[in-house]
Design a protein around this ligand. Structure first.
Ligand SMILES: COc1cc(-c2ccc3ncc(-c4cccc([C@@H](O)NCCN(C)C)c4)n3n2)ccc1O
Length: 285
């Protein structure tokens, strides 16, 4: 069992304002007493025993911490410290101040293709790095993609929330029904073995949203959304995609593929002409 620092987190950090909260977790701004640096503290309630339904399972949290320790990348949030008290664990994380990509899109409705490409390239670099270490996020969505500084001309992307992430071991078969309906791959719904390809489906959905402001499979209920995914019921509606390049639509179509083995990988996405246009000299050859 992983051992986290038993010291009181408040001996080292002044606890500040709430940045956001979820079921069993709250994110707060924290001020490091020794250096004056600001960080983000993710405060998690941990189940007191296996029978309790209140709080998060500790083994799940240990996997999240192991994964965060294993992936140091400019486009993935950095974990600095972990403290544990009676029924609470605190992850001290790199603070990002640009908010969620979700809010950035909401304010702009949809992005220019050039802006979407810049964001997508960074997301794919972080994802490609994770996948190269056999780590899969399993909950990619605009809310879990944050911007370092939204007013910067080229905001830096940070992937967060590895609460559903999994590190695959050689030959392991892994199934999970967790995730957010709008973004989950068909194989998650049908409880088939999962792989890094499940993240690539989510990237297809996120790209569709970045360019149109619409969610390709969203129905009036979660059941309807899941049905739409299984039957691949989506379209590039003319009124929302009339100005979208054919390359962008080709990129999405090569990700929203039912067979996981046929989907583009993160590395293939980074070489797709929508992300990496063929240069004049390449054309001349
Ligand atoms: C590593 O895992 C997480 C990191 C963070 C994180 C890391 C750094 C950081 N700097 C600022 C914030 C922040 C700012 C406003 C709201 C939130 C949070 O409540 N919403 C994040 C997305 N949500 C859907 C998990 C987080 N964060 N959040 C949040 C949730 C996580 O599961």
């Amino acid at each position: 069992m992983a051992v986290f620092k038993p010291e009181n987190v408040e001996d080292f950090y002044e606890i500040g304002e709430v940045l956001g909260s979820g079921h069993f977790a709250q994110v707060r701004k924290v001020h490091e007493r020794a250096t004056g640096t600001y960080w983000a503290g993710k405060f998690l309630k941990i189940r007191k025993n296996a029978c309790s339904r209140l709080g998060l399972d500790r083994s799940r949290l240990e996997e999240e911490v192991d994964i965060l320790h294993a992936i140091q990348h400019p486009n993935i949030i950095t974990l600095k410290d972990v403290f544990e008290s009676r029924a609470e664990v605190v992850l001290v994380l790199e603070l990002v101040t640009g908010g969620e990509l979700f809010d950035f899109i909401a304010e702009k409705e949809n992005l220019l293709e050039s802006e979407a490409i810049e964001f997508m390239e960074q997301i794919l670099k972080g994802l490609g790095f994770m996948h190269s270490k056999n780590i899969v996020h399993f909950d990619l969505k605009p809310e879990n993609i944050m911007l370092s500084d939204r007013v910067a001309p080229h905001p830096n992307i940070k992937l967060i929330d590895f609460g559903l992430a999994h590190r695959f071991h050689q030959g392991e078969e892994y199934r999970s029904s967790s995730g957010t309906p709008q973004y989950i791959a068909p194989e998650v719904i049908t409880s088939d073995p999962l792989s890094t390809a499940a993240d690539m489906w989510s990237i297809g959905v996120i790209t569709f949203i970045l360019l149109s402001g619409l969610s390709p499979f969203q129905g009036d209920t979660d059941d309807e959304t899941l049905r739409n995914i299984i039957v691949m019921n989506y379209e590039f509606a003319a009124q929302h995609f009339s100005m979208t390049s054919s390359m962008a639509k080709d990129f999405i179509q090569k990700l929203l593929v039912k067979d996981p083995s046929e989907r583009m990988t993160a590395e293939e996405c980074l070489l797709h002409p929508w992300i990496k246009p063929i240069t004049r000299t390449q054309v001349a050859k």
